[in-house]
Design a protein around this ligand. Structure first.
Ligand SMILES: CC(C)(COP(=O)(O)OP(=O)(O)OC[C@H]1O[C@@H](n2cnc3c(N)ncnc32)[C@H](O)[C@@H]1OP(=O)(O)O)[C@@H](O)C(=O)NCCC(=O)NCCS
Length: 394
């Protein structure tokens, strides 16, 4: 077996049959292949690797260059996707080799974190990834928000097709990238595809400044208004967009909107009936996973604790070693250390702490390592639990 990096154009002949078989209804039509080929101009910056035998591609992986906010630090991120193996070549270690090589290549390219959506989290757990929360949806009838109809909010909402609203929408995502823990975005090449999405975008503005945006489509009169991520810079943006949804009373029966794990829709109104759901099952409805590819890159992470602790990371190609983690003046610094470690954790363990999804006790109960009793307090203070919201789906 040989591993080869292929260009975006080569993906149609090498990766498309593997991906289409793995992820789409099949047999596929010629039109599906042509559609894939057309989309490849948005994949020019993706790194695509195939495993070949006798000139035939039998397995593939890909990574998009992305950026992600982890507790206030902007990281270059490898967004792993397109992982698939021909059924006759499965369980021969092809993806293990491909993924290992891909992560090394992306780290060499400057990526300090990586994320993906797993078909089964335990598979990627062995590559150091740890689970993050899946997005939720809030489903409600617009009349539940009728109190907002008469609210005099100091802003306006404009509805435009995605093509017209794309630049404002994209600018808002870049602003949220700087502000929101976990938020991640593609590079310009990949993002350009979303300009063509057949969607409306509602843009909320206060004094001309964009404070919220949400993409949506309506399936039929009396049916569903299905919305994407409710993106806001704060409560006013949210109120303006919810007021806009409320104005669809008597036009749609339900609004279904995507939200982060930290949103609490039942507090959007009094007597407000709402169903908040976050269904997880495998292989098709998993939460995302993420891992660190560098410990040093955690330097600068926002933390309120003035604490110092020695931690050893074990069993990992990228970040194994002993480190001094010091919180001072609101920021974390990470340096190599020769002290005796007070905690010994896997990559999944330290990634879970850094991403805010595990506390030190859960690191132990979930089997990600050992933390001395004296270290539980300092580690909890350095990495308080805080749910990340990824936004980008890949
Ligand atoms: C999942 C898939 C990509 C695995 O590819 P593969 O080439 O068979 O994987 P490998 O042989 O490299 O397996 C790596 C390790 O995972 C294990 N493994 C493979 N498939 C597994 C599965 N379905 N469940 C649990 N473990 C699995 C292997 O035993 C191996 O373990 P080892 O390293 O301890 O020996 C392949 O089965 C596939 O294409 N499935 C359909 C599409 C899909 O789900 N893609 C993933 C999207 S996130």
């Amino acid at each position: 077996m040989q591993i080869r990096q292929v260009t975006a154009e080569e993906r149609t002949d090498t990766m498309f049959p593997l991906q289409a078989y793995a992820f789409s209804p099949s047999p596929w039509a010629d039109a599906d292949r042509e559609d894939y080929a057309r989309r490849m101009r948005f994949y020019r910056t993706a790194v695509s690797l195939v495993a070949e035998e006798d000139g035939q591609a039998l397995a593939c992986v890909g990574a998009f260059p992305m950026r992600q906010n982890v507790r206030g630090v902007l990281h270059e991120m490898a967004g792993v996707a397109s992982v698939s193996t021909h059924p006759s070549a499965r369980r021969r270690g092809f993806v293990r080799e491909l993924l290992t090589r891909l992560l090394h290549q992306m780290r060499d390219q400057g990526c300090t974190v990586s994320a993906l959506y797993p078909f089964r989290p335990s598979f990627y757990g062995r590559f150091g990834f740890v689970g993050l929360p899946r997005f939720r949806t809030a489903t409600f009838a617009p009349q539940g928000l009728s109190h907002l109809l008469s609210a005099d909010l100091p802003g306006v909402v404009e509805r435009v097709p995605m093509q017209a609203g794309f630049d404002d929408y994209d600018a808002l995502t870049l602003r949220l990238l700087g502000q929101r823990h976990g938020f991640s975005v593609y590079d310009e090449v990949r993002t350009a595809e979303f300009r063509e999405l057949p969607r409306w975008v509602a843009i909320a503005r206060v004094d001309g400044e964009v404070v919220g945006a949400v993409t949506y489509r309506i399936d039929r009169f009396g049916g569903d208004l299905v919305a994407g991520d409710l993106l806001t810079t704060g409560p006013l943006g949210r109120a303006l967009l919810l007021q806009y949804f409320a104005r669809h009373v008597d036009q749609v029966g339900r609004v279904i909107v995507t939200i982060g794990a930290d949103e609490v829709p039942e507090l959007w109104g009094t007597d407000f009936p709402v169903l908040t759901q976050g269904r997880v099952d495998h292989p098709s409805h998993a939460g995302p996973m993420a891992r660190l590819l560098s410990m040093e890159a955690l330097t600068g992470t926002v933390t309120t604790a003035d604490e110092s602790i020695t931690i050893e990371v074990v069993d990992d190609d990228f970040i194994a070693g002993c480190y001094q983690l010091t919180g001072e003046g609101g920021r974390l610094s990470v340096e190599p250390s020769k002290n005796a470690p007070q905690a010994t954790v896997t990559c999944g363990g330290i990634s879970g702490l850094a991403y805010g999804v595990l506390d030190p006790v859960e690191v132990m109960t979930r089997g990600f390592g050992q933390v001395e009793a004296s270290a539980v307090g300092p580690l909890t203070a350095l990495f308080p639990k805080r749910m990340p919201y990824l936004f980008a789906d890949f």
